[in-house]
Design a protein. Structure first.
Length: 555
């Protein structure tokens, strides 16, 4: 991207006397040398270097400070007196799952607010954002009743309608994937009334004889660190391909229910082992079922692939299958708002400037939202607790944000950004746009933090490389040229760091499933996450300047 190239050249000009021994892992060393070779070698030449025109020369910047003693105290508090797993248990076991406006979310948000208040943070509060209708699964019972009885592992899809009592009905297989045009529906007219419809072919299920390694190797991290910034063309938003004359998924669903079907049943994607991924998707996503003017809901059940496949193989033998379903759900909509949890550690001489740490409190409505993202919330709250416990007095205000409405499109966090920093829809900058230093986000489940993206900015590399030094022994070893950023901040030109973590479980199968439970969490990983979060927040809050942004103002 042209901008980055120009920025790098500018950096080289502005910091000619900068010389630092780079002690990172091989990836850091290679990446740093390749970009900075013009200034770091040979050392003797640097010592002798003098500005050619002293009038315009920039003074050599002070080295980036590292608060080693504070990090020692952070680590001691984190490892000796950790509360992170206790917080995680409350968030998951007691309140999970925490879908938007569900009783679990409401209880979790009030509990977290009180907990942050108890830790001594200031102005612990619930911050409203517009969100019309939540969804709460109150009761689900799914069985095969013929030709044999079997209870099934199954969940209603998010924002599914209930069943209006217990229903028992024959099952019919109607492969939605074969519907391309209106004419394809004709053979089914008058054929679906009072049936439960299985909508997909038999699902391939992995055998799971081998599990993946759970931590990145140094070689994998080196390769990730070297991934270049994507070209502007590849960043263009992908247009949804118009399917002229072809039926949309919504049209197919609408047809089936207009024909009098009682419910649709689909298999879990490809997890197997009894897992059910019931993320917000498909019909509810297309119709934005949480909005005030959303159409009436349909009844959709997602079932473990093995159980789904069993019914399909029986049907293939021309033996009738009967199911019994009862689903009771609520769509809480009395209050037009949903809520983030916000609290602050007040700054001192730079209190008007802000560093944010956060994670999303809302979870998918199955499991208990442990790795996604109870882990991030627990580690963020623990980082705040640790900073209070050691009596940290950050110069900037450190704000904690636990976000609602996440899985449907970052509603809570986007609302916070739009109210306080900038709104990309109206193209307005808000009062604190110039006061935000950075946002640090945790959302890749359990797994140690291994690094973070510099978003193509070599200035950020030089700063973060220093902050990371006390954390290398805990496994945070790499800076990535490019990598995940938090979209709510990125889209308005702000820094939204997304820590890269070992992908224990989350890449495999547990996120968004019924088995995303407390037992997936690894205590030592969450302790490390809290140490990283507290250390980065503290350093960002202490340096003389806000972190330099990676891109210019977007408008
Ligand atoms: Zn998440």
């Amino acid at each position: 991207m042209g901008f980055y190239a120009g920025k790098r050249r500018g950096l080289m000009r502005a910091r000619p006397g900068k010389c630092r021994i780079i002690t990172g892992g091989p990836g850091i060393l290679v990446a740093a040398l390749s970009l900075a070779s013009a200034v770091v070698s040979p050392a003797s030449a640097l010592i002798a270097w003098q500005p050619q025109n002293p009038q315009i020369a920039t003074p050599t910047p002070e080295p980036e400070p590292v608060y080693w003693a504070t990090v020692d105290r952070i680590m001691e508090e984190a490892f000796e007196r950790s509360e992170v797993m206790e917080v995680a248990s409350w968030l998951t076991d007691v309140f999970g799952p925490r879908n938007s406006k569900s009783s679990g979310y409401i209880a979790a948000s009030e509990w977290a607010r009180q907990k942050l208040d108890d830790y001594g943070l200031s102005e612990a509060r619930l911050e409203p954002f517009e969100f019309a209708a939540g969804w709460d699964n109150k009761y689900t019972s799914v069985h095969m009743t013929s030709p044999q009885y079997s209870p099934f592992i199954a969940y209603p899809a998010p924002w599914s309608a209930g069943t209006n009592g217990k229903i028992r009905a024959p099952v019919k297989y109607v492969n939605f994937e074969t519907f391309a045009t209106e004419a394809d529906l004709d053979p089914y007219r008058g054929q679906l009334e009072d049936f439960i419809i299985l909508i997909s072919p038999i699902q391939a299920v992995p055998t799971h004889f081998q599990f993946k390694p759970t931590s990145f190797t140094d070689e994998e991290l080196d390769a990730m660190a070297a991934i270049p910034i994507p070209s502007p063309e590849s960043e263009e938003p992908r247009e949804r391909r118009p399917r002229a004359g072809r039926l949309s998924r919504e049209q197919i669903y609408d047809f089936v229910f207009a024909e009098g079907a009682l419910a649709v049943v689909r298999p879990d994607g490809s997890n197997g082992l009894g897992m059910v991924d019931a993320a917000v998707n498909g019909y509810s996503m297309e119709r934005r079922m949480w909005e005030a003017d959303a159409p009436a809901s349909i009844t959709e059940v997602i079932i473990a692939a093995e159980h789904y496949n069993r019914m399909m193989r029986i049907l293939e033998k021309d033996i009738p299958v009967e199911m019994e379903l009862e689903i009771r759900v609520e769509f809480p909509a009395d209050d037009p708002y949903d809520y983030n949890v916000i609290a602050e550690i007040p700054g001192t001489d730079l209190a008007h400037e802000i560093v944010i740490i956060g994670a999303h409190l809302q979870s998918e409505p199955v499991g208990t939202g442990a790795i996604d993202d109870g882990a991030g919330v627990a580690a963020t709250m623990e980082a705040a607790r640790i900073l209070m416990a050691i009596g940290a007095q950050p110069r900037r205000t450190i704000r904690v944000g636990l976000w609602g409405g996440h899985e449907m499109g970052l509603y809570g966090n986007r609302s916070h950004v739009r109210q306080n920093f900038a709104d990309p829809v109206t193209r307005e900058y808000k009062a604190d746009y110039d006061n935000l230093s950075a946002y640090f986000n945790l959302d890749i489940g359990t797994g140690k933090v291994r690094g973070v993206s510099i978003m193509g900015s070599e200035v950020l590399r030089s700063i973060l490389l220093e902050w990371m030094k006390p954390l290398r022994g805990l496994g945070m070893t790499h800076l990535f040229l490019n990598g995940m950023e938090h979209e709510a901040y990125k889209e308005v030109g702000l820094l939204g760091f997304y820590f890269e973590q070992d992908r224990k479980a989350i890449d495999d199968m547990n996120a968004h499933t019924n088995m995303d439970l407390y037992d997936r969490l690894v205590p030592e990983d969450l302790i490390q996450n809290a140490v990283v979060m507290a250390t980065f927040a503290y350093h960002a809050a202490m340096r003389d300047e806000k972190l330099p942004r990676a891109v210019p103002r977007p408008w």
